[in-house]
Design a protein around this ligand. Structure first.
Ligand code: NAD
Ligand code: DAU
Length: 381
């Protein structure tokens, strides 16, 4: 059956936040590709994220663990996989601080198992690695942390400026692709390690790999342990907003659909063995984001704008909390012509509206173990 498709692409972690947007984009945009979504369905994986495309003829879901080499090998052969877009991972920094083993297991050993499955499958074919691609999705956190300095940085090069009023840089240094890796958290250490394994498979065996490192994503279907969905949900229910430390840490935010668009472009046109940074030139201090979330949520709920500012609660800081992430994504713009499609204000408005309109989705993912997680993570802060 697979032979009738032009390409057979395995997307790992496709039931998670970013993965579900990538799966949706590929299934809808490429009816002549077979998209095989391989996901273990951990607490972060949710098939409700893909309800709208689950019955498409070019889509297959397989519940499987990337750490299971034999199953990965069998899926590669059975579906004649010629491209892999690898997103499956443990992704939450706070969880990695509590349980680093799980992060090493999934992110390092899982990536290695997938690489080895691809290697043994592709090397056994007459054409070998020709026409194949292993695309690994990574994070800007591998570069470590930048300092807050004067607010002058590189001017945003995008025609769609990240934000109309807000300035976009909190320092003069940015993460570029040639920077040395300096991960600090168990999460970023595990992602750094997996990036090294991917590059090693190119350098040692000639596998056609690509790595991209992206900044903080926001948008629909993000699990509400992460800052933006957690806080929207708490504002709605008038629960305290646990801001770590002073809330002065800076992150560069990108709308998730723009990350998925970049992945599509790089999968098709990126240079083998290369690395691309993906980011929005859109830096915000956490406390300023929180204020935007309160104002927007209040307004959309028909409350007085800013009425819920008193929910802001400063709590014990995250251990080893990285101060500032700032991605320089000019290489991707210059070489492949990518730009974000919308301004941050538009993206946040869409996002808040989506969570308010999809309370069922939130209720579903916050039932069960989520309550226990919330208690454990926040009661002692
Ligand atoms: P997520 O936690 O929302 O989703 C991860 C998905 O991977 C889930 O569906 C989960 O079930 C699946 N998964 C976990 N372990 C698995 C295993 N052993 N086998 C198969 N599936 C497994 O994560 P996300 O935020 O969508 O991030 C996706 C990828 O993008 C990750 O690799 C992450 O490091 C990277 N990334 C995330 C961001 C961000 O802001 N969220 C930014 C840059 C890079
Ligand atoms: O930079 C890319 C990374 O962005 C991805 O690789 C990770 O997978 C993703 O989780 C994200 O990591 P962060 O740690 O930056 O995201 P998080 O939403 O957890 O936190 C954003 C900022 O908000 C961070 O400075 C910590 C702070 N924070 C977070 C939570 C959950 C709070 O102040 N309070 C909170 O309750």
């Amino acid at each position: 059956m697979e032979q009738q498709f032009k390409r057979n692409i395995m997307i790992t972690g496709g039931a998670g936040f970013i993965g579900s947007h990538v799966v949706r984009l590929f299934v809808n945009k490429y009816p002549d590709y077979h998209i095989i979504n391989v996901d273990k369905l951990t607490y972060a994986g949710n098939l409700a994220n893909l309800k709208d495309i689950e019955n498409q003829p070019n889509y297959t879901f397989v519940k499987a663990d990337i750490c299971d080499f034999d199953t990965m090998r069998q899926l590669m052969e059975q579906h004649h996989i010629d491209g892999i877009i690898h997103l499956a991972a443990e992704s939450h920094v706070d969880r990695s601080i509590r349980d680093p083993f799980t992060f090493a297991h999934t992110n390092v050993m899982g990536t290695l198992s997938l690489l080895q499955a691809a290697k043994t499958t592709w090397e056994a074919l007459p054409e070998g690695y020709e026409g194949k691609r292993f695309y690994h999705i990574s994070t800007d956190e591998v570069y470590g942390a930048l300092e807050l300095t004067d607010p002058e940085g590189i001017e945003s090069p995008f025609t769609t400026k990240a934000s109309s009023e807000h300035h976009h840089a909190y320092g003069s240094k940015f993460f570029t692709e040639d920077l040395k890796y300096q991960p600090h958290s168990p999460y970023s250490a595990s992602k750094a390690s997996s990036d090294h394994f991917v590059r090693a498979f190119h350098d040692t065996y000639g596998m056609p790999t690509i790595v991209t490192n992206c900044s903080n994503n926001y948008g629909p279907y993000q699990f509400p342990e992460k800052l933006i969905p957690l806080f929207i949900n708490n504002i709605r229910h008038r629960k305290p907003l646990p801001v770590y430390g002073e809330g002065l840490n800076v992150r560069d935010w990108l709308y998730v659909v723009d990350h998925a668009r970049a992945i599509d472009l790089i999968f098709h046109e990126g240079k083998v063995a290369d690395t691309y940074n993906i980011g929005g030139f859109n830096e915000w201090k956490n406390i300023d984001i929180v204020k935007v979330l309160i104002n927007t949520t209040d307004r959309l709920l028909g409350r007085a704008e800013g009425e819920d500012m008193n929910l802001i609660t400063h709590v014990t800081d995250r251990k080893g909390h990285d101060m500032r992430y700032a991605i320089d994504s000019r290489k991707l713009q210059r070489e492949l012509g990518w730009e974000p499609s919308l301004q941050f204000e538009e993206g946040i408005e869409k996002t808040v509206r989506w969570y308010l309109d999809n309370q069922d989705w939130l209720d579903n993912v916050t039932s069960g173990n989520y309550q226990r997680y919330y208690e454990e993570m926040y009661s002692k802060r």
